[in-house]
Design a protein around this ligand. Structure first.
Ligand code: HEM
Ligand SMILES: Cc1cc2nc3c(=O)[nH]c(=O)nc-3n(C[C@H](O)[C@H](O)[C@H](O)COP(=O)(O)O)c2cc1C
Length: 544
């Protein structure tokens, strides 16, 4: 089998729709491989006391893994080489050569490599479940097994291994090829890099959105219908992006949105994000569905950083009450109540990838395993919350409250009437109701219908969803938003480089905001005004 046809087989195996047919060969003989059990130590408890999901990202990896593809020519070049270090193949940084001497050394049951058709396979984890028996492979350990393998295996034997087998390789290679964070110039590039580093399940969870994902796409796209009316010759060498978030000083009118399961992307999870936020001086909402425990966050955060806690109300209000009291005691600066997900949206990418995810063993999770990650972690959420719950929350905690997930001018008015200090216009990054309007358009409507709510010292309006450029931030600020949230880009930065990646995301946005302000002719955030932006009733010219 040539490298090229092997790659084709991998692609075919990964695109097969049914888990059963994909794993059929192995299943028939030995049953389905089981993913590892979730960790039971206390550090595994999520911010809401649930088990975290780190193990899910690694689930199902207990199989052989293809190390490096080498064509027969390349393997013969290396056969007599004494240089054991893998080297890049010229012109393709993702392909590696591996020295023959190196293969020879991996010749035991606990460290077993074989060569088949010029490709090197690490079969250590596969040996025990090899349908032809352990010894059949052990006899070939550290050797070229092509002659023994070819006559008795169907041509697609290797490609019938489940996708994790290939995924592990893909992720390892992407990790090896990952450039320094400074090499990423914009947030889309960071997403592209992160995609290669995430498991299929994790990327599906992060990227997924409701139904046909119209709202997800429109969130970003809608920004492109607002154009600037720049002013020039305004002495702009010195600019400052400093502002406040719910009264707390911050260095940037950009906050980090609450987002679940940061550990799917990086082992330190939300700890990275909290530490990056402190160092960059930005506000953050920490998700109730975080994969780090409250204790871990407590250790990571600084006492003066602007960290809010985001909750969904629990069907059992006593649980919410206990949590709110703990949050206040832990020194969080405020509460974000998310209201746009009475039930999770129908996120089909997530649902399709579900086969590899097992719901956590503890907590109120839906454990039927049929609906994807989002459903698995949301079982405790109360779909019956009303505005009366705002009063109830105020009776429990004195912390300032923001309502996140407002999608209409009418509900902004209601929030204001109910004495809420701030709202986030948000549709959960398109993950809830498809065809919910883009937040920038709701903001524009609010500007037209209720400008008094945007120039109000007792009330603040934030937005999130689809923000990928400094100019997006500036447009929202011109229209009257106090600040703008970033969701997925932060998760992707964390996936790539942990804390450094999150900081890189914030630095990119900071630089873009500063440049945009200068070119717009303003030097302070409070000088951004509605007359600096106008709505264009048509789509922009396509990108080159
Ligand atoms: C990756 C390296 C592999 C090596 C070096 C290898 C090697 C071998 C050898 C030497 C035998 C003959 C055993 C004997 O005569 O007693 C054998 C049998 C077998 N192998 Fe593999 N194998 C590999 C991968 C696989 C894979 C990926 C599958 C299936 C997914 C597979 C399925 C089987 C089956 C079903 C038999 C028994 C065939 C029979 O009895 O007719 N092998 N293997
Ligand atoms: C993977 C993921 C998990 C999320 N988890 C939460 C959550 O736990 N609580 C919440 O209020 N919002 C959550 N959100 C929504 C974000 O807070 C935010 O509204 C959205 O991501 C903004 O859109 P953007 O990703 O386009 O920036 C999540 C979003 C993503 C992508």
């Amino acid at each position: 089998m040539s490298s090229r046809s092997n790659v084709k087989n991998l692609a075919r195996a990964l695109s097969r729709p049914s888990v059963n047919s994909r794993q059929g060969f192995l299943r028939r003989l030995h049953g389905q491989p089981q993913p590892p059990k979730p960790p039971s130590d206390s550090s595994a408890a999520g911010a809401n006391g649930k088990t975290h999901y780190l193990w899910a990202a690694a689930g199902g990896l207990a199989l052989a893994s293809l190390l490096y593809n080498v064509s027969p020519l390349e393997s013969s070049i290396t056969e007599h080489s004494s240089d054991a270090a893998p080297v890049s193949v010229a012109g393709d940084p993702h392909r590696k050569l591996i020295a023959y001497d190196e293969v020879l050394r991996h010749n035991t049951k606990t460290d077993c490599w074989v060569i088949i058709n010029g490709e090197v396979y690490d079969v250590t984890k596969f040996v025990e479940i090899h349908p032809g028996g352990v010894n059949a492979i052990l006899k070939m350990a550290g050797k070229d097994a092509t002659k023994a393998f070819m006559p008795i295996h169907p041509p697609d034997a290797l490609s019938t291994l489940p996708p994790e087998y290939h995924e592990e390789v893909r992720i390892r290679q992407a990790r090896e090829a990952l450039p320094h964070p400074e090499a990423a110039l914009n947030l889309d590039e960071i997403e592209d890099l992160a995609k290669g580093l995430l498991t299929r399940v994790a990327y599906a969870y992060y990227a997924s959105a409701g139904d046909d994902e119209y709202t997800f796409r429109e969130n970003s796209y809608a920004f492109k219908r607002y154009w600037f009316r720049p002013r020039v010759m305004n002495r702009v060498s010195k600019v400052t992006t400093s502002t406040t978030f719910m009264g707390y000083p911050v260095s940037l009118p950009v906050f980090i949105c609450p987002a679940a399961l940061a550990r799917l992307g990086h082992p330190e999870g939300e700890v990275n994000i909290v530490q990056a936020a402190a160092k960059e001086g930005v506000a953050q909402g920490l998700s109730i569905n975080s994969s780090c425990s409250l204790d871990e966050i407590q250790e990571a955060k600084t006492s003066d950083q602007t960290l809010f806690f985001q909750i969904y109300l629990d069907r059992n209000r006593k649980n919410s009450e206990n949590l709110l009291r703990r949050i206040e005691k832990d020194g969080y600066k405020g509460i974000i109540l998310t209201v746009d997900s009475a039930v999770p949206g129908k996120r089909e990418r997530d649902m399709r990838a579900k086969g590899d995810f097992q719901a956590p063993a503890t907590g109120g999770a839906n454990t039927n395993g049929t609906k994807g990650v989002a459903q698995a972690i949301s079982g405790y959420q109360d779909p019956d919350i009303t505005w009366d719950d705002v009063a109830w929350m105020r009776s429990i905690t004195k912390l300032p409250l923001m309502i996140k997930g407002i999608q209409s001018v009418e509900d902004v008015e209601k929030a204001y009437k109910n004495g809420v200090k701030a709202v986030v216009l948000s549709n959960h990054g398109g993950r809830s109701l498809d065809f919910s309007p883009p937040p920038i358009d709701v903001l524009y409507e609010l500007r037209q219908r209720r400008p008094d709510l945007l120039n109000n010292s007792k009330f603040e309006v934030y937005i999130d969803g689809g923000v990928r450029r400094g100019t997006d931030v500036l447009k929202a600020l011109c229209l009257g938003a106090k600040g703008v949230g970033l969701g997925r880009p932060i998760l992707y930065g964390n996936t790539g480089w942990g804390e450094d990646g999150v900081r890189r995301v914030l630095q990119i946005i900071r630089e873009e905001v500063e440049t945009g302000m200068r070119l717009l002719g303003v030097t302070r955030v409070e000088d951004l005004k509605p007359e600096m932006v106008r709505y264009m009733g048509h789509d922009p010219a396509p990108r080159r």
